[in-house]
Structures are given as C-alpha cells and as structure tokens.
Design a protein around this ligand. Sequence first.
Ligand code: SF4
Length: 296
Amino acid sequence: MKFIQAKHIISHYSNGQHWFGWNYNMNIYKGCCHGCIYCDSRSECYQVYDFEQVRAKENALGIIDNDLKSKRKKGIVGTGAMSDPYNPFEKEYQLTRGALKLVLKYQYGVGILTKSDLVLRDIDLFKAIKKQKEAMVNFTITTFDDSLCKIIEPNVSLTSERFKAIKILADNQIFTGVLIWPILPFINDHEDNIRNIIKEAKRNGASFVIPYFGVTLRQNQRDYFFNQLDKKFPGLKDRYIHVFGNQYECLSPNHKRLYNVFEEECRHLNLVYKMTDIIDKLKSTRGMKQLSLFDR
Ligand code: SF4
C-alpha cells in the first residue's frame, strides 16, 4: 500500500442534523478496492485519481490524535463515506482500529459505514465507546441476492455475510442499520428485493433501514458504470441512455411504488426509517453512560 501526506484527517465540526448525527468526518484511506460498479466516490469532482488503488495517510494516527485533541466540541466521528474503512489492507495496518482507540481515549462517539464484516474485529472498541458516547455501525445493502451482489459489489463481503455481521453487532448491543442504496434501475429495483432486505434487516436485529430508490451518475463515474454494464449486463447501457440521458439523478421508474412498499414493511415491522428518527434513536442509546455512572 502507498502512503500520502495529509495535514488533517478529522474534518471541521458540523451539527450532524443530516447524516446520522455525525459531527466529524474522517477518511484515513484514499481510494477503495471494493469495486462497486456504481461507486460515486470515483467522480472526478472528488479528485481521487486511480481510485482503485488504496492509499493511507502517512502518520495517520499521529494526525488523528492531534486533530481530536484540539477540537473544542466533542461529537460523533463518522467514517466510510468516501472509502471503506475496512478495506483488505486494514487487516494488516489496523489504522481504523487505531483511530477507534483514539476516539475512545478522547471521548468521542463513532459512526461507521462499511460493506465488510472485518468490522466485527473491533466490537470490543465499539462496546467501550458506547459506554461513554454513541457507537453505530451501518452497512450498505443493495441486493438480497448474493449472486447479484457478487456482480455489482465484487470485492467485498456478500449480502448474507453482512446480515450475519449485523446480527453479531446487534447481539452485542451495538446500534446498527442498513442503507438500502443505490437502487439501480432495471437491476435491483424490484419489490421483492426491497421487502427481503427489510425483513432480513429486522430479523438480524438492525435498528433502522433507510433507502434511496435510484443512483446518481456523473462524469467519469458514469463512464465507469456504463463500461461495467456493457461487461455484466449487455444491452442495459442503451436503456439507461434512452431513459435518463445525461441526468445526474437516475430514479428507478418504480421509485414511488417501491417507497410505498418500503414504508409499509417498515411500519409493519416497526423499523425506524427516517433520518431524524434514526438520529433520535441513536442518541437514546447513550443511556449506557448513565447506567455506568450509577454502577460506580
Ligand atoms: S465500498 Fe464504498 S467506497 Fe468502496 S467501492 Fe464500494 S461504494 Fe465505493
């Protein structure tokens, strides 16, 4: 793995109202080798060239230590929006694990977004963080079907493995949920897929699900996606071009129906699915802190 220079790794503070209550963003790695055909982080506007080559920030843990020490406000440090923090290199380099130890040391909360069950290695740290602040682990799950998963997300834990990981986390009282996105028009945008993901999420102990019934396409990321369609779904590129042209937002033609199905299942199974409710539910898990104070 290559290393690159960075001055800071933890972002400026934000109020966290829009994205799972996370106040800070952290990207230890640059690029991702998980190969999801729809990945938005490939877009030119982010300037991550050679996207599939994972690079780590040199002296990442020293920089994170300084960043966390110097912040005025505590909050939730989220990671996983631009690059999966549990890529295969993490097994050896343990930079995400090192960052979690610092999050614990400086009494922040943590939010993870991943598609890898390597995250289970760090349950001990999530449990420790949860005693003082919030700890949440989110999985993206786009298809219930492992064979389709292997085609559209080729280098990462299968859907069934992600569900098993959710169960283990939930059994350990870690707040966990499922991001059902992107839903790719004409590929995984069917009712059964949505119903099955929600049911399996509930069965395995997820606390929430949240959807987006479409995919965004732009710049070189669109080119990459179309190239993958040519290889893996011959003929489908032309349908995308016909229906969406150069649009950035490509909603499934079924999106209204799918949302109704989604909402009906969530209500039926009593699963939280709106961002504000998810944030409220996450904050309520901080009760562990009070219990531990009374226990002393
Ligand atoms: S795991 Fe996330 S960052 Fe990595 S390729 Fe897939 S969508 Fe992109």
